[in-house]
Ligand binder design. Structure first.
Ligand SMILES: Nc1ncnc2c1ncn2[C@@H]1O[C@H](COP(=O)(O)OP(=O)(O)O)[C@@H](O)[C@H]1O
Ligand SMILES: [Mg+2]
Length: 365
């Protein structure tokens, strides 16, 4: 296989990819429903979505472990068609490490090279390189049973990287690790990806993991790809209610599109916000809790959009205070940096909640 690829072209292209599974009763499940996606060379790309949304199936089709019902998959411009997994320039790392228990770390990492009949002299350098990359140099002679879960996953990673795949596919590789180790590995994995420059397609249901590591994220729901964007754009400018809700906490204000540039909230207030939906469509305006500010009634600055309400709950979190605000037509959650108790609003206070129109997004669905 052909080592690292640092060009700027597409690495993986999916066009109109569909995967249906039939069962014995004749009913069909559409696991992947017309996905179009381009992952660029050298990118750390994550497919993110809840369990059952089709992430693994998508990855397995790229790997050649499943064939699409319809559509095409290209890797570096080449149509994969019916090409078997071992003839594709990819390697996969799964959640379960499946290391050979009787072999040392070095032998596990070198196994694929041996199968491919890479000469022993070249093998050694490649194995050393891959084991060093995952910082397992001091444990090259251990057996998998003498390693922790995190160390075993590093070996699994080295075993995939040693082949210098053009694209590395990772299916929830950190899923079996505890939170602290998982967070450490997220950081290391991102650094390692930058260092080797190999395109990563990473599958996870963990939004924090995807946001931390990825250059771009594709959010999936029920077999469809809802939005593909940078982590920041996904968080700040979601286009659907599902994406807004799946990535972090948020508020939804029911609204109707008045024109391309304006929406009307349920209370009749007009907001200048653009939307690609036709006039009269039901939409929601979403604003993150930390983008809302609570003021004493009537004290909000003029240039912000304001909604009047009453404090229903105050939750002190140490570094933040979360207010639950009842507005006659809805409920809002507001997250503020913790202020001194004297500056805090109390339950029952009449308040004005404000936000900058720039911090709101119109979502559908
Ligand atoms: N081999 C299979 N046979 C039948 N249904 C399958 C098969 N593999 C996956 N599915 C179904 O396809 C859908 C997507 O599954 P999957 O891709 O594993 O989702 P995810 O990885 O996002 O959790 C689910 O409804 C799942 O039950
Ligand atoms: Mg899965």
């Amino acid at each position: 296989m052909n080592g690292t690829t640092n060009g700027q072209g597409p690495a993986v292209e999916l066009a109109g990819v569909v995967k249906r599974f039939g069962d014995r009763s004749g009913t069909e499940v559409t696991a992947v429903d017309h996905i179009d996606l381009t992952v660029m060379d050298g990118e750390f790309f994550s497919l993110l979505g809840p369990s059952g949304c089709g992430k693994t199936t998508t990855l397995r089709m790229v790997a050649g472990l499943e064939l699409p019902t319809a559509g095409s998959i290209r890797i570096h411009g080449e149509e994969m068609g019916l090409r078997p997994p071992n003839k594709r320039p990819v390697n996969t790392v799964f959640q379960s490490y499946a290391l050979f228990p009787h072999m040392t770390v070095a032998a596990n990492v070198g196994f694929g090279l041996e199968m491919r009949k890479v000469p022993a002299s070249e093998r050694k350098d490649l194995i050393d390189w891959a084991i060093d990359l995952v910082e397992m140099g001091s444990m090259a002679h251990r057996k998998p049973t003498q390693l922790s879960g995190g160390q075993q996953q590093r070996v699994a990673l080295a075993r995939a990287l040693v082949n210098r795949p053009e694209v590395l596919l990772l299916d929830e590789p950190l899923g079996a690790l505890d939170l602290k180790l998982r967070q450490q590995m997220q950081f290391e994995l991102k650094n390692l990806q930058r260092e080797v420059g190999i395109t990563f397609v990473y599958v996870t249901h963990d939004q924090e993991e995807a946001v931390t590591m990825s250059d771009r994220i594709g959010v999936m729901h029920e077999g469809r790809l809802l939005q593909v964007d940078t982590p920041e754009a996904i968080y700040e400018r979601p286009t659907t209610r599902f994406v807004a809700d799946f990535i972090g906490q948020t508020n939804f204000l029911e609204a109707t599109v008045a024109s391309g540039e304006e929406v009307v909230l349920a209370n009749g207030d007009r907001l200048r916000l653009s939307s690609d939906q036709p006039s009269g469509s039901s939409v929601a305006v979403t604003v993150r809790p930390e983008r809302l500010t609570v003021h004493r009634r009537g004290e909000a600055p003029m240039d912000r959009h304001c909604v009047e309400g009453r404090v229903e709950t105050v939750t002190y979190l140490g570094n933040a205070v979360v207010y639950g605000i009842g507005v006659d037509w809805m409920h809002l959650e507001v997250r503020c940096p913790a202020t001194l108790a004297g500056d805090r609003r109390d339950v029952g206070d009449d308040v004005t909640v404000s936000f900058e129109p720039d911090h709101a997004a119109v979502v559908t669905g």
